[in-house]
Design a protein around this ligand. Structure first.
Ligand SMILES: Nc1ncnc2c1ncn2[C@@H]1O[C@H](COP(=O)(O)OP(=O)(O)OP(=O)(O)O)[C@@H](O)[C@H]1O
Ligand SMILES: [Mg+2]
Length: 228
């Protein structure tokens, strides 16, 4: 059997620990995800999906418990190593895309390459390949504020892929897309999965949860993995 790429053991996440506004968002979450699969996290609003995705995405370590992502334990890692590990390992497609409206499409896509000291020409070449794959090349020099919602999402996908990360995370990716664009999104995810990427989505959308490419649903309820 393949070794898990993502392995969580009794992971807890408490926001504002010890304060009046303390929230226990995750409690004793244990799970393992093998490389190359497509998984969907499903649960009610506030159940902890984005929090779990953030831990898998090396945004922050768990408050307690163990999280090993692509062979590294997050808990022991100083912040700057966590950032480096995130850059090398994770492509994150945020719910609201987090695209900077004043920058062009091309500038947004190449943004994650800036801290890596990659030459401008190499950055542009990588971005052009992705823009071609996602059919947004004709928007390369448009400010992001001037493009459509579906195009914006493809910019977010290109930005998540620019570092060629093994793990791709997408938080409620179809929340703002119509049926046709949602299907197109899932087709792109399926192609990436075929190319060997590990994909974790969160969604309530039946189009995702019942999509044939989704091999596993992980149900979360009140911060715990819910075993039916
Ligand atoms: N930065 C934060 N500070 C304090 N509490 C937070 C923070 N982020 C999330 N929470 C709380 O943690 C719990 C889990 O939130 P989370 O965002 O992970 O849920 P979710 O399942 O993604 O919900 P949704 O479907 O609405 O996106 C909620 O009670 C939420 O209010
Ligand atoms: Mg969320």
């Amino acid at each position: 059997m393949t070794a898990p790429l993502i392995e969580l053991e009794k992971v807890c996440k408490t926001y504002n620990q010890g304060q009046l506004n303390e929230v226990k968002a995750l409690h004793d979450v244990s799970l393992a995800i093998e490389p190359g699969v497509m998984v969907c996290l499903q649960g009610a609003s506030g159940s902890g999906k984005s929090t779990l995705l953030s831990i898998i995405g090396c945004v922050f370590p768990p408050t307690s418990g163990r999280a090993a992502i692509a062979g590294k334990q997050l808990a022991r890692m100083p912040d700057r190593f966590l950032t480096i590990h995130r850059r090398n390992t994770i492509g994150f497609i945020f719910q609201h895309f987090n695209i900077l409206p004043g920058l062009t499409v091309l500038e947004n896509i190449t943004l994650p390459l800036m801290p890596l000291g990659i030459a401008p020409r190499a950055r542009k070449e990588r971005a052009e390949r992705l823009m071609g794959m996602l059919s947004i090349s004709h928007r390369a020099n448009f400010p992001a504020r001037q493009i459509s919602g579906g195009e914006l999402q493809r910019v977010a996908i290109a930005r998540a892929l620019i570092n060629d990360p093994p793990i791709i995370l997408a938080d409620e990716p179809t929340a703002h897309l119509d049926h046709t664009l949602s299907l197109a999104f899932m087709e792109i995810m399926q192609e990436l999965q075929r190319a060997g990427k590990t994909i974790i989505l969160t969604s309530h959308d039946a189009l995702i949860t019942q999509h044939p490419a989704v091999e596993r649903i992980i149900a979360i309820q009140d911060g715990e993995i819910h075993v039916p």
